[in-house]
Design a protein around this ligand. Structure first.
Ligand SMILES: [Zn+2]
Ligand SMILES: [Zn+2]
Length: 170
């Protein structure tokens, strides 16, 4: 009886120990699984961070290049300021030629009333309109219709104007 009970106790003890070992192993397994998952997560995060770091590095390099460009521009500005007097002279010449251009344009500008001169002989009296009246008796085509009523002698030959004829150019 006693030996039987002892054996049963022993078996129960063994079973309990086995169970506890099993559960512990299970725990370890899940822990290992967790650690594995965490490792993967951390690796992914590290990869992401390194990609981000590369982006930042590229950005920093671009900014460095930009800064270098600005620096060289600044140096050029300083250098050009030191030869500023000659540069200013050149700029002055540019300005002067621009003024000349404006003046040329002004001298080339023609009074719209004077443009009429191009389409025929000008009136010798007013110099603005086209001469379209022949004075008699000298027969000079030298005044416009408006000056015809004003002049008493021919502006070309200064001879007496007795009458006049308006002519039509075709
Ligand atoms: Zn006239
Ligand atoms: Zn005349």
């Amino acid at each position: 009886m006693l030996a039987n009970k002892r054996h049963a106790d022993y078996c129960a003890l063994l079973r309990a120990a086995e169970e506890s070992i099993m559960s512990r192993m299970k725990e370890k397994d899940t822990e290992a699984e967790k650690a594995k998952r965490r490792n993967v997560e951390l690796e992914a995060r590290a990869a992401h961070l390194s990609a981000e770091a590369q982006v930042w590095e590229a950005r920093a390099r671009a900014q460095e290049l930009e800064a270098a460009a600005l620096q060289s521009q600044l140096e050029q500005a300083i250098v050009s300021r030191s030869v500023g007097s000659s540069l200013a002279e050149r700029e002055g010449v540019g300005l002067r030629s621009a003024v000349d251009d404006v003046e040329d344009a002004e001298s080339a500008y023609v009074d719209p009333e004077r443009v009429v001169l191009v389409s025929g002989p000008g009136c010798k009296a007013c110099g603005k309109r086209v001469a379209s009246v022949v004075l008699l008796p000298c027969r000079h085509l030298c005044v416009c219709t408006e000056c015809d009523g004003v002049v008493s002698s021919c502006p070309s030959c200064l001879s007496f104007r007795s009458s006049s004829i308006e002519v039509y150019m075709s």
